[in-house]
Design a protein around this ligand. Structure first.
Ligand code: PYR
Length: 498
């Protein structure tokens, strides 16, 4: 039987720890796995972008560019892959085009190969500059379709979006299912639709999270429909709000017309490495394993835990169910955007405000911007009444132009402001760090010389905890009976904890 080889992107070094442990994994906990990852036969290794940049400077005192260069050095035979939020780069607002181009150029120069470019609203105008910049560097520009479900989202709509991404020069397409909403049949239909419309050689990469429990089957159907590459995480870094296990994919394809080029001996070594590392970060893990409520609430796992902590901070932990019901309503008012950074935070926070303070009584600045078009266009019309409230609160008019068209050149000002900061190293990459995180960068620059901080537990701490646990396992918890002999007579005494 001739077999088609399915490429695999390993996400352990980026999205797996972003989804499972709040992006806290330090570089030093990844380096020892790199030789095996490099030799395992992956199509690409996702290792940078998404929330890792923010986490590096905010929590880990790590220079993200050093992280990228280290991966480049340790993974010489691999294509390095990143997740880029289109015009938002790795931050949460739109940047002016020159800043976008400089960021892409610097990433390519520092070793990035595959740029998965997405926009939270699926607005192609917010991806175009980044995609063209990637193509200009000669690197791989991957255009992304963020998958969501709503009365307006159809297979035909996704196929049309794929065409727009191909027209702007996408070398491949990613079907990105960040909330594990992509069921097997729609995956099959979308991929067949794209391949039959634009050619069977249109490369499609499929990214699914595992949270709803259905998506290993989705990957199988996607492969049957012609998907070329799928994303998985090594088993010790998989499942829950994360991704499907790499070794399970390999096993699933046995006896079929499909195979992978992966070397199982290497996979086992990678698995064993992360099995040792993962417990260090247990404090950051969410308890979610499988959650099928996501099909109705559409709230991805990461967003749910954010909302829970927002509510608890307001002493309203009991309101979570109301908020979960409010999210789809707010999403509909906003024109049905997919829920992914930053739209997930914007919609989620507004839903919390609506439940706590009354419907749109208080609107966040970001939600007002979303309603007024400052993040781009959504598939659906925005609720005109809510647009009016946004206009009144934000004192701004709605726009229909590409949001970045309204921005003035900002590189010179950013460079001048960054140069005033203690610890600024004079590089363009430091200016980019300041551009994306002006609130966090000054603190990071001033402490950078102290070196990276590992926020996971040490091996000694884990050992002490395990010992304490096994001691408490031996400890007696229930009442104990003693035989006491007094004056030649035996008495039975029961001693119980007070
Ligand atoms: C991010 O933007 O960080 C995602 O993982 C979607």
């Amino acid at each position: 039987m001739s077999q088609r080889t399915i490429g695999v992107t390993e996400v352990a070094l980026r999205d797996a720890h972003q989804s499972l442990m709040a992006t806290r994994m330090a570089l030093e906990d990844m380096v020892d796995a790199c030789a095996d990852i490099d030799a395992a036969g992956y199509w690409s290794v996702e290792c940078w972008g998404g929330a890792t940049y923010d986490s590096c400077i905010r929590f880990l005192n790590e220079d993200p560019w050093v992280r990228l260069r280290t991966f480049r050095e340790l993974l010489p035979n691999s294509k390095l892959q990143m997740l880029l939020r289109g015009q938002n780069l790795l931050g949460y607002r739109h940047y002016e085009d020159d800043v976008v181009r400089r960021f892409v150029d610097a990433s390519a120069e520092n070793g990035m190969d595959v740029f998965r470019v997405f926009d939270a609203l699926n607005d192609p105008r917010n991806m175009e500059v980044a995609m063209k910049a990637v193509t200009a560097t000669g690197k791989h520009a991957q255009g992304t379709i963020c998958y969501t479900i709503s009365p307006l989202h159809t297979v035909e709509g996704y196929v049309k979006l794929a065409g727009q991404l191909l027209d702007m020069g996408a070398e491949s397409l990613a079907l990105k299912d960040m909330a594990a909403l992509l069921q097997p049949q729609p995956a099959y239909d979308i991929i067949r639709g794209i391949k039959s419309t634009y050619g069977e050689d249109t490369q499609i990469n499929v990214h699914c999270h595992a949270t709803t429990g259905v998506t290993l089957v989705t990957l199988m159907k996607a492969i049957e429909a012609g998907a070329d590459v799928v994303d998985t995480a090594i088993s010790s870094m998989s499942l829950g709000p994360g991704h499907n296990p790499t070794e399970s994919l390999v096993a699933m394809l046995e006896g079929t017309e499909y195979t992978t080029d992966l070397d199982m001996d290497r996979l086992i070594k990678i698995r064993d490495h992360f099995a040792k590392i993962r417990p260090k970060y247990a404090a950051f893990e969410s308890a979610t394993l499988v959650d099928t409520d996501i099909f109705s609430s559409q709230i991805p796992g990461g967003m749910l835990s954010n909302m829970e902590s927002q509510l608890k901070a307001q002493g309203a932990g009991d309101k979570i169910k109301q908020v979960m019901e409010e999210v789809p309503r707010v999403k509909a008012d906003a024109g049905h955007p997919p829920l992914v950074t930053p739209s997930s935070q914007i919609v989620g926070t507004q839903a919390v405000f609506n439940v706590l303070m009354g419907k749109y009584k208080v609107m966040t600045g970001e939600f007002a911007d979303l309603m007024l078009g400052y993040y781009g266009e959504c598939i659906g019309e925005r609720n005109p009444e809510v647009v009016e409230i946004a206009r009144a609160q934000a004192k701004k008019d709605p726009i229909t132009v590409r949001p970045a068209d309204l921005l003035q050149p900002e590189w010179n000002t950013l460079s001048t402001d960054a140069a005033k900061l203690d610890g600024f190293d004079g590089t363009d990459t430091d200016v980019l760090t300041y551009a994306m995180f002006p609130g966090v960068a000054p603190g990071f620059f001033s402490t950078r010389a102290e070196g990276p901080k590992n926020v996971g537990k040490t091996e000694a701490q884990l050992k002490a905890e395990a010992e304490a646990k096994s001691d408490s396992g031996n400890a007696v918890t229930g009442p104990i009976k003693y035989k006491v002999s007094m004056g030649g007579r035996d008495h039975s005494v029961t001693v119980e904890r007070a």
